[in-house]
Design a binder for this molecule. Structure first.
Ligand code: COI
Length: 351
């Protein structure tokens, strides 16, 4: 692949306070761009991060053909920059593409593009262990047409930016039993923009009641837990780690898979099965609901402080007491920053 490179005249890196990086507000100097025209990807370039021009009739703005990924690169203890399971994210981008009737983009092509991008913007990868370089590949329909049909043209862009934690405090989540995030046969397992857009209004209502995020339930009975706002969700019930199985209504989280793999490796009893609110409540009443947390690329491992359900708050044990999730989080961090052996082969060097 030939990538045309156009570098910035002057970096913006000196404007970033690396000791206090918010999530999603700082963007590195460059971005990768590819265009899908006449049935193939081409026009590969790395160019200054910045504005793109489109006309108002751009299809992706109207009918929702937009998909994205979120992944991270870390600077490890030896100063090397390592990407966490990047191929899995690019594969998932293609799963989303198929569901949204968009073209897939070869994983090797995206890997090569990401390596080039990281080489140019390597200085933007933070050093501290509570921050990382967030990588956002995304794709959208670019036909200038108002008919409802799959676009013929698409653009794939990948940009990066240093980030700190997405959630900075333990979360108060509310069980949603009116609105639905995803229904069977819908697009819930695709990482498409509309899934997030549709969640904003019910989330706003919960925030007006003092919660941070929703705990989504199934669309039919509003009885079984699905996922939370921007992440998959897990519970410690007694000595077991329990999480809903993925399917077409739940995103197949890569952090989710990593946490389950690590937990099993640590000898923890891992159960992927449906969990009803009634089960959660009954475990809580018996003092067996010991932990709840979200897992995601941006969220990492985000402790849930309480779960609101029909006006009652199930208040979970103090975060400091949650040994199981802390052990898993510690292991995951140690792998990411190269402090222990990467026995699952998750870290991929940028070189
Ligand atoms: C991620 O975890 O990277 C996500 O894509 C969630 C995002 C909506 C912040």
């Amino acid at each position: 692949m030939q990538i045309k490179v156009d570098r910035v005249a002057k970096t913006r890196i000196q404007d970033v306070d690396f000791s206090n990086i918010p999530f999603g507000r700082e963007f590195a100097d460059h971005m990768f761009v590819a265009d899908y025209v006449d049935g193939k990807w081409g026009g590969f370039s790395i160019q200054p991060y910045g504005k793109m021009m489109y006309t108002p009739a751009m299809l992706g703005l109207h009918y929702g053909q937009t998909i994205f990924e979120g992944m991270k690169a870390y600077r490890n203890a030896n100063g090397e920059v390592m990407m966490f399971r990047p191929m899995d994210n690019f594969k998932r981008l293609n799963v989303s593409a198929e569901r949204m009737c968009m073209p897939t983009i070869p994983v090797d092509l995206m890997m090569e593009a990401l390596r080039e991008l990281l080489k140019i913007d390597v200085a933007w990868v933070p050093t501290s262990t509570d921050s990382s370089l967030y990588i956002r590949p995304f794709m959208f329909a670019t036909d200038e047409f108002l008919g409802v049909k799959p676009s013929d043209k698409y653009r794939c862009v990948m940009f990066t930016g240093p980030v700190g934690p997405y959630y900075t405090t333990p979360l108060k989540v509310m069980v949603e039993d009116t609105y639905t995030r995803a229904a069977k046969g819908g697009t819930g397992s695709a990482k498409s923009g509309g899934n997030y857009g549709g969640a904003l209004y019910p989330t706003k209502l919960a925030q007006q009641k003092g919660y941070h995020q929703l705990l989504w339930t199934d669309s039919i009975e509003h009885k079984y837990i699905e996922e939370s706002g921007t992440m998959n969700v897990m519970f410690q019930i007694g000595d077991s780690l329990v999480t809903p199985p993925t399917g077409d209504t739940i995103l197949k989280g890569i952090t989710r898979d990593s946490v389950l793999t690590l937990a099993a490796d640590l000898g923890i009893d891992v159960q992927e099965r449906r969990i009803s609110i009634d089960e959660l409540k009954s475990a809580y009443d018996k003092g067996q609901l010991l932990d709840a947390f979200g897992v995601g690329t941006a969220a990492t491992i985000a402790p849930i402080e309480l779960i609101g359900y029909k006006g009652q708050d199930l208040v979970l044990p103090p975060v400091a007491q949650r040994k199981m999730s802390q052990l898993i989080a510690k292991e995951l961090t140690a792998i990411r920053y190269g402090e222990v052996e990467d026995k699952f082969g998750w870290m991929v060097s940028m070189n």
